[in-house]
Design a binder for this molecule. Structure first.
Ligand SMILES: Nc1ncnc2c1ncn2[C@@H]1O[C@H](COP(=O)(O)OP(=O)(O)OP(=O)(O)O)[C@@H](O)[C@H]1O
Ligand SMILES: [Mg+2]
Length: 498
């Protein structure tokens, strides 16, 4: 060992200055007596993995945070659209409905979303932000019916001209179009042609059933039972040439169908087993009158001719603006939504792999209110989404909107109630206290979750409880200033003020 520098210098008579040391502090007495790793060597002592007895508590998931407020549930994985802050975990909240379906750790089995919220709470703004942010992941958006034309600024910002539908405008949509399934029909093998025909005819029947069943005689819906179905199916097969075994089918329209039933051919009467022409006309009067209203009534000039618009399916967003129908009443808007849904479904029937869409149904309650058949048609769309990977995003004011389809206990209200299970993700924006009961009973939210919706979420637009399967996130959606400008829907109100 050598000498240190100070010692070396001292040997030659140089003293280095030293820093005065503070007096040593008295040590605090030990709080815990030192203990060997094996514990005390006495009876009933020693080492134990848990020093305190484990007590068992039973409580609902929404009560647990009261006792353990600092323990947060595992959040959703950071994949997909970053929506805002999850106030449960304090982290960012990401939405990725298809990713959630594929992730076994997340208890959802479909990518559909139902969103509920009082008017003005930011439902549409949240959808717009979600769609925009999902575009980065390859999703395109189809807004099947925009009753307030509020998606137009978003479309324009993305360089897409929205399509307006209304009386006196050129745009027509034929809900009885074949869609992409009709392409190259003459080159199809027999089996494939039959398969496609099955899909197309069943879609049309669902639509006609919805349109006819939405109309009322007194307060009862116009019936559409097996006899009506047979008549419509037979007429459609005759009109398209399917009955004659044609290899190329002809597109037909609702007025053609109406005329075929109004002036039935002998073949149609016979194929449907009616004794005479008069018998046919007597039995199908209600059906013909209901179809006649579509041809001559409020929706005339909208869905009664061949499609004139040419949607660019590669565009990031497509939206069909419907504000011009507003004056025709909610029922007409609901029927228009039915026609658009059927047509939109047709357009998606041969979606290429990787062609991922978010199908937005804003104000969907208008369609659901039409009755049982309209609910069934909606239900069919939701069921298909698992197959083709579309994210169906339906917006309504409150969960009980789904039940206005029929009287309590009716088939319509039962189907509508079940429909809630077809969307495993629910986004619940602010609601009034009066809706608390239905949040608990229809959605099974506990009191704490219900209070988040009726209190916390009410305090600012965009705040919502996201229920993803059984996971919950208390999310405040943040809009970028550019998004906020596109989602600004208070312009009219602002303009009305002095
Ligand atoms: N996350 C948010 N942050 C800030 N402002 C928001 C947010 N979400 C919505 N807003 C604002 O609140 C207003 C109402 O939003 P929005 O139109 O989306 O409500 P809504 O629930 O769709 O209403 P309605 O039921 O009438 O269609 C808009 O002007 C929008 O800019
Ligand atoms: Mg809205």
């Amino acid at each position: 060992m050598g000498r240190g520098v100070d010692r070396l210098l001292a040997d030659f008579g140089h003293e280095l200055p030293s820093i005065p040391q503070p007096p040593a502090k008295e040590r605090d007495p030990r709080l815990f007596a030192p203990m060997s790793r094996r514990g005390e060597r006495r009876p009933l002592r020693g080492w134990s993995p848990a020093s305190a007895p484990v007590s068992v508590w039973r409580m609902a998931a929404d009560q647990a945070p009261v006792l353990w407020p600092l323990v947060s549930a595992p959040g959703l994985p950071p994949r997909g659209a970053q929506m805002g802050i999850d106030h449960f975990s304090g982290a960012s909240m990401y939405a990725d409905p298809n990713g959630w379906v594929l992730d076994p750790a997340i208890p959802v089995s479909n990518p559909n979303i139902f969103m509920f919220g009082k008017p003005g709470q930011g439902k549409s703004a949240t959808v717009k932000a979600f769609c925009l942010r999902m575009m980065g992941f390859g999703y395109r958006t189809l807004v099947v019916g925009d009753p307030k034309d509020e998606y137009e600024p978003l479309c324009r910002a993305l360089g897409v001209a929205p399509i307006a539908i209304g009386q006196g405008l050129d745009a027509r949509i034929n809900p009885l179009a074949f869609g992409p399934l009709g392409a190259n029909w003459d080159r199809l093998g027999r089996d494939e042609a039959q398969r496609r025909a099955g899909i197309v005819f069943s879609r049309w029947l669902t639509l006609i059933r919805g349109l006819v069943g939405s109309q009322k005689v007194g307060d009862r819906p116009v019936p559409f039972g097996p006899s009506e179905e047979k008549v419509v199916d037979t007429a459609l097969k005759a009109l398209t040439g399917h009955a004659a075994g044609n290899s190329v089918l002809t597109e037909t329209t609702i007025p053609h169908l109406w005329r075929a039933l109004d002036e039935p051919t002998a073949e149609l009467i016979e194929a449907c087993h009616y004794a005479s022409r008069q018998h046919f006309l007597d039995e199908t009067r209600l059906l013909r009158d209901a179809l006649g209203i579509l041809v001559h009534g409020t929706l005339r000039g909208l869905f009664d001719d061949y499609t004139t618009i040419d949607l660019d399916w590669a565009a990031p967003i497509q939206s069909l603006s419907l504000s011009r129908l507003e004056g025709l009443g909610d029922e007409a808007v609901g029927m228009a939504l039915l026609c658009l849904n059927s047509w939109g479904r047709a357009m998606r029937e041969t979606a290429e792999p990787g062609d991922m869409r978010i199908v937005v149904r804003d104000e969907s309650w208008k369609q659901l209110r039409l009755g049982l058949e309209a609910v069934k048609s909606f239900d069919a769309d939701l069921r298909l989404s698992r197959r083709d990977g579309d994210i169906q995003f339906a917006i309504a004011h409150k969960p009980s909107d789904l039940l206005t389809a029929g009287d309590a206990g009716s088939q319509a209200s039962a189907i509508a109630k079940d429909m809630l299970h077809l969307a495993d993700t629910k986004i619940l924006l602010g609601q009034d206290q009066a809706v608390a009961d239905e949040l608990e009973h229809l959605l099974g939210l506990g009191p704490i979750a219900t209070e988040i919706v009726t209190d916390w979420a009410r305090q600012a637009p965009g705040r919502a409880l996201w229920v993803v399967g059984e996971l919950m996130a208390k999310v405040a959606t943040w809009l970028h200033p550019a998004e906020a400008a596109l989602a600004w829907t208070n312009a009219k109100l602002e303009g009305a003020l002095p």
